[in-house]
Design a protein. Structure first.
Lengths: 468, 458
């Protein structure tokens, strides 16, 4: 009963905060007189951006908008494309299907929760899109969802319709369950070594190749017996056909190289190496294949396979010609990816625009959505952040975040509604139905998983904890 | 008087020690006072007399000197000002266009106690077995050769508090400079505050006490259980005071029965007597108020570690002279309906109340180097920039009781100096020179070494 009332309380408060995000219709918006960091064509001073139908219609000086357009004076402010987090588990009610070593049949789309408060907090950090990935407990994990953070909208609106589908792979400690305490007496899951991880992946692709052939033969009328659909192998066939992106979690350079060699053999390209904290050791091999790297700016030492991670990783990969993105893998860190990008200028000396691309355009490229988002260019979706100061300054914060021209975060509006929300909360708490039995006030119990900053539970035992 | 840690350790295990416990107690106190003045430092880096000239010197305690000179000699700051002449024989460093800062201080880490978080338990020395470990000493677990040391200091952090965690009484923290080949060489205050996880009111299953409720309980019941745990803690404190009294009496009169030794209780005594500070971890308002009342009742010195809602309890914190080590910049708000910037702006709120505070990473070690960005983010959400800088330098030193040694650029202080090409709190800023205890240290680390190994691979 108490749970229900607490739930009702939370829901009602959530609804109020949803109202905060006054999703206007796709009216014209004119952002005036900003310093625009385009992430594609340099920095424009005193520039205007005109948004029509959710797209960037014009960029220039002294632009005119129609009379019903909303005009935002951004004098003294900085504008960037919306940040794209290329590795996230935000708004997912489940992360890992732990059971099998190959769980390619599972879909993150089935566990998305559009009311997760982490979405709003990410928007407040300037994040507009994310690659929502299955966890790393399996050599081959589940299918991803590439979303925009349209908080307050139904879940259908989150999923980017023309984003190419992807799938999570994982190498090293997590799929071999190094840090997992198995239930006593339970049969240990294969694989337990890096050798086994590679064999699981090889076996899956051998089966996928044969499965594909059976369908090809059927379609070519070489056989009359229709093959039985295999939901495990279908996505892997799409990988073989170049229709599905592989996002491969891994740390050690040798295992990422081995995966790329296997991909060479089966004739596909790995889209991104995720984490890839040792990628700097094999930068030429990655660059040669056109594979991307999606890394932490500077995390290291939190587990053994992260001990050779260096903050110069991004710089060395960029120098070698690899498309690099910086991700968070964390509801907490997601809110300050701008500071992470700034660190790339410090460690090695990535130029400013290239550093900005690592949290915008490069992530879009890696996810195959760069035709519509990732930079401030005419024709692209108006996914835009307005900052009070240069976003690479630690003293900056996002003032406003919009997706396709609609405002999903507005700091001034957020602040102005706080008193009202506090009153609302007080009223709700006093309602008979919400009064906790017993004396005093019991705050809502926060589920343990909600308190974790790092969400991939792949290398933990059942109690959870910090992990990546 | 100076005591060496190694000697101290030897003395602990001598059986004869049982017979002279009062000496032991005195020994602890003098040991604690035997703070390192930097004169006996190790051989890492380059010693000498240095003059940093043409520098913009951010003293923190006395404003900014736009074009000044700073002289380092014998490990100390010998002179600082706009019209200082360079002593003969000094190595001169031209800092034109550069800024000079005091080294930053992180007052809440496990640096040196935890190398690799997962998959290498042998490298973790943070939490001792059991709930009551007043005698566990961080200084004896810190690995002076941890790779975290260099990685942290090359970003301008020169001093940290490293502490044990876990249980109820976790153990005694240590304040160290990030240079030294032995624990003693690193030590600024080898035995600083005792760390206690203040018993929380929790209705959740499990929670604070591993033997606690497995089902959620009513609030009134939770309150009762918290109060019981507080009573248990108070009893331990009284036992420790009584223990020390018995030892004192025996020291004066050897005809009294020989008192038995109990290392845990003995270790608790100076804290229970209010002679040394206790660091209480507490986040929520009611727990922080609980600490304030506990400190007042027991007449002890308290510091809050964590402090998410400390600003709400400012009245009682100020009344009881309790400072806050704030560790929640990189934390998510606990409740879904907390404002998104609830924990970013808490330092600004604290500062407005006048409660003494500093900002810490609260990190295990690897990410302590992010300390300036924790302070900077507080600056993004309302904390004035100068206060943000003080929160990781002078204020931290004041709370740790070492402001006579570090935390600002003043004549006579230990020469922990950082020279940068920009605002030290900005992520784009680079450290150009680094001094700890007056030694000029190479800007190298595990990271630069790996970088050098692979940067030219084609």
């Amino acid at each position: 009963m108490k749970k229900v009332t607490v739930f009702l309380l939370l829901i009602s408060i959530n609804l109020i905060s949803l109202k905060l995000v006054s999703a206007q219709s796709k009216a014209e918006v004119l952002i005036r007189n900003a310093t625009v960091l385009t992430a594609a064509k340099g920095t424009l001073e005193n520039a205007d951006i005109l948004i029509k139908d959710g797209k960037i219609a014009r960029i220039g000086k002294n632009l005119k908008a129609s009379s019903n357009a909303r005009t935002i004076d951004a004098t003294g402010k900085f504008v960037t494309p919306g940040i794209i987090d290329c590795h996230s588990h935000t708004m997912m009610d489940a992360v890992n299907e732990f059971s099998y070593s190959v769980t390619s049949m599972t879909r993150i789309r089935d566990v998305l929760n559009p009311t997760d408060i982490a979405i709003y907090r990410a928007l407040a950090g300037g994040v507009t899109a994310a690659n929502l990935l299955h966890g790393s407990a399996n050599a081959i994990g589940g299918q991803n969802s590439t979303v925009k953070f349209k908080y307050g909208k139904p879940i259908e609106d989150f999923v980017i319709p023309d984003a190419p589908p992807g799938i999570k792979f994982a190498l090293g400690e997590n799929p071999k369950r190094t840090n997992f305490n198995p239930t006593p007496g339970a049969t240990p899951r294969y694989p337990r070594t890096r050798m086994g991880v590679m064999e699981v992946i090889r076996d899956a692709f051998v089966r996928a190749r044969e499965y594909k052939k059976s369908w090809d033969d059927f379609r070519a009328k070489k056989t009359t017996v229709q093959p039985r659909r295999d939901l495990e192998l279908e996505p892997l066939v799409e990988v073989l056909e170049g229709k599905r992106l592989v996002h491969a979690h891994g740390y050690r350079s040798d295992e990422h190289l081995n995966l790329m060699l296997l991909a060479d053999e089966f004739g596909f390209k790995v889209a991104t190496l995720q984490h890839a904290l040792e990628a700097y050791k094999i930068a030429p091999e990655i660059a040669k294949r056109g594979t991307g790297a999606s890394i932490f700016a500077d995390s290291w030492s939190y587990k053994l396979e992260a001990y050779d991670s260096i903050p110069y990783n991004g710089y060395l990969l960029w120098k070698a010609g690899v498309v690099v993105s910086i991700n968070s893998d964390s509801n907490e860190r997601m809110r300050r990816l701008n500071v992470d990008a700034a660190k790339m200028m410090k460690y090695g000396g990535v130029p400013e625009e290239e550093a900005l691309k690592m949290i915008t355009l490069n992530a879009a490229k890696q996810l195959g959505i760069d035709r519509r988002t990732g930079s401030i260019e005419v024709g692209k979706d108006a996914d835009i952040v307005i900052w009070n100061a240069h976003p690479f300054s630690v003293y900056s914060h996002a003032e406003m975040t919009m997706i396709e021209g609609e405002v999903y975060f507005d700091r001034q509006q957020d602040i102005s509604k706080r008193a009202e929300l506090a009153r609302e909360r007080e009223t709700l708490e006093k309602m008979d139905i919400n009064r906790p039995p017993g004396s005093g006030g019991t705050p809502p119990a926060i589920p343990k998983e909600k308190r974790q900053s790092h969400l991939d539970d792949a290398d933990s035992d059942k109690d959870g904890g910090n992990r990546r | 008087m100076k005591l060496q840690i190694t000697n101290y350790e030897l003395r602990i295990i001598k059986p004869v020690f049982n017979l002279c416990l009062s000496v032991f107690l005195c020994g602890i106190f003098s040991f604690v006072q035997a703070q390192n003045d930097g004169s006996q430092q190790n051989q890492t880096g380059k010693a000498g007399t240095f003059a940093i000239v043409n520098a913009r010197i951010v003293t923190v305690s006395g404003g900014v000197i736009e074009n000044g000179t700073l002289v380092i000699r014998n490990g100390k700051i010998e002179a600082v000002g706009a019209t200082i002449s360079v002593p003969s024989g000094a190595e001169q460093i031209d800092a034109k266009g550069l800024n000079v800062y005091p080294g930053m201080i992180d007052a809440g880490t496990n640096l040196g106690l935890a190398e690799v978080g997962q998959g290498a338990p042998a490298t973790i020395d943070v939490a001792e077995t059991g709930d009551m470990n007043a005698n566990a000493k961080a200084i004896l677990g810190i690995n002076p050769h941890s790779s975290h040391v260099n990685v942290t200091r090359v970003n301008g952090i020169t001093t940290v508090l490293s502490m044990p965690q876990g249980g109820v009484i976790s153990g005694q923290s240590a304040i160290i400079n990030l240079n030294g080949s032995t624990q003693n060489e690193m030590a600024v205050v080898p035995l600083f505050g005792l760390v206690i996880n203040f018993p929380r009111i929790t209705t959740a299953a499990g929670g604070f006490n591993p033997f606690g409720p497995q089902q959620p309980i009513e609030f009134s019941e939770a309150l009762k259980r918290r109060d019981q745990r507080l009573e248990d803690l108070k009893k331990l404190f009284r036992d420790a005071e009584n223990y020390a009294r018995v030892q004192d009496a025996y020291a004066k009169d050897k005809n009294l029965p020989v008192p038995q030794t109990d290392l845990k209780t003995a270790a608790l005594a100076p804290y229970a007597r209010g002679e040394k500070p206790i660091i209480f971890t507490a986040e929520r308002e009611r727990d922080i108020r609980g600490v304030a009342r506990f400190a007042a009742d027991m007449k002890i010195k308290a510091i809050i570690m964590g402090g998410q809602e400390a600003w709400k309890a400012a009245d009682e914190l100020k009344k009881n002279n309790i400072a806050v080590i704030y560790t929640n910049i990189y934390s998510l708000p606990v409740r879904d309906d907390d404002a998104y910037d609830y924990l970013f702006e808490a330092p600004a709120k604290l500062q407005k109340t006048g409660v003494k505070f500093c900002i810490s990473t609260g990190d295990g070690g690897a990410e302590v180097r992010d300390l300036p960005y924790h302070a900077g983010l507080a600056g993004a959400y309302g904390l004035p920039k100068e206060e943000a800088l003080k929160s990781v330098t002078l204020y931290a030193a004041q709370i740790l009781g070492i402001a006579d040694k570090v935390g600002s650029i003043e004549v006579g202080k230990i020469a922990n100096i950082v020279v940068t090409d920009g605002d030290i709190l900005e992520p784009r800023t680079n450290v150009k020179y680094l001094f700890i205890n007056g030694r000029m240290l190479p800007l190298t680390s595990r990271h630069t070494e790996l970088y050098d190994s692979f940067k030219d691979r084609k």
